[in-house]
Design a protein around this ligand. Sequence first.
Ligand SMILES: *[C@@H]1O[C@H](CO)[C@@H](O)[C@H](O)[C@H]1NC(C)=O
Ligand SMILES: *[C@@H]1O[C@H](CO)[C@@H](O)[C@H](O)[C@H]1NC(C)=O
Ligand SMILES: *[C@@H]1O[C@H](CO)[C@@H](O)[C@H](O)[C@H]1NC(C)=O
Length: 336
Amino acid sequence: MWRKLFLAACVLLALCHFSEARRKTRVDNCIGRCNNVVNPSALCQCNPRCHEFSNCCRDKVSRCGPAPTQSPSPGSNATFAELSQFFTTLWGSDTNSVNITVNYQGKTNSSNKADMAPQPLFRELPKKICDKTTYKTFFVLLDNYNHRVGQSEDRLQVEKNEENEFLNAILSTTVMAKTHEFLKRKGLVPFSKNGFKNKLREMWFNTYSRSGGTQDTSGFEHVFVGELKHGSVSGLHSWLQFYNEERYNRLNYMGWIYKKKHGILGLKFKWLNKIKPISTIQVGPSPEFDIAVLSTCFLVNPPRGNCQFKIGKDKLTIKVYKVNGSPTKIGSAFLQ
Ligand SMILES: *[C@@H]1O[C@H](CO)[C@@H](O)[C@H](O)[C@H]1NC(C)=O
Ligand SMILES: *[C@@H]1O[C@H](CO)[C@@H](O)[C@H](O)[C@H]1NC(C)=O
Ligand SMILES: *[C@@H]1O[C@H](CO)[C@@H](O)[C@H](O)[C@H]1NC(C)=O
């Protein structure tokens, strides 16, 4: 038996030695290899996707250029099953979410003029949540906007810096790291973290016109903050903005219309003296979770803008709209 083992060891050693010798002759640089070809027998690769697979040669960037900012090959749009699996995982990873009890009060409907809720919907937020970086940097953004459609946004440098701080904060969360992975695999976003950040900035913060002229809006303003257009309220789907506006007495909660799982709430409210007869908010998720889910739905380009998926057993739809003539920007995105 010992003899057999000894022989086996010799065979193994020989094999190892042999492959070691062979490896020495294998290509380990990008000289003459800056193209789309993968060479399986080379030690490392020089094609544009090597960044994605973490197998680039050391001289890849200096010889062949940096990682592509756009995906080199188009991925495919996500299926219902893929989105369901991904969002269910993401829901479970949202460690910055808040478990908060709201004060529902009376039930209402979209045509009821009466205020069925004398009290605010929200009480105080837990202090430990307000101290989290993604919440802090989110709240700072909320006063950057001119709510009126038709009046231009100034978007000062100090505001751009605040956007940048917020993007940095969310990009260092697990929720956004997982989202980047998912969207990279789909070929829908740049591979680098910085490229991904620029894509998010373009989608959410870069301004466009909602009135056929002046740069009066952005995806973030519409979806998270809310706007006044022709005297009525549009957007404002963020529960944190809802909370913020209640706190400053600019928003009056008027009653709930429907309640669903995962904190989803159909409701009626008056903001800056204008009634929104029916709207939806989702109470509890972190700002990074909202950005992750809405961005993903927007980027997978669902049929007729209906992004459908399940979280656990519950079927949900997020409606997304592109901007006419500016398809890289979010027109609107909200839970139905
Ligand atoms: C997603 O779907 C749209 C519409 O079917 C298609 O035009 C687009 O190329 C797809 N995107 C990717 C990255 O495959
Ligand atoms: C949230 O809080 C409520 C009331 O305090 C509690 O009953 C519930 O179990 C909590 N849920 C989670 C997921 O922690
Ligand atoms: C809406 O609420 C008002 C006041 O409670 C009620 O009279 C009306 O019938 C309701 N409408 C619908 C469609 O439920």
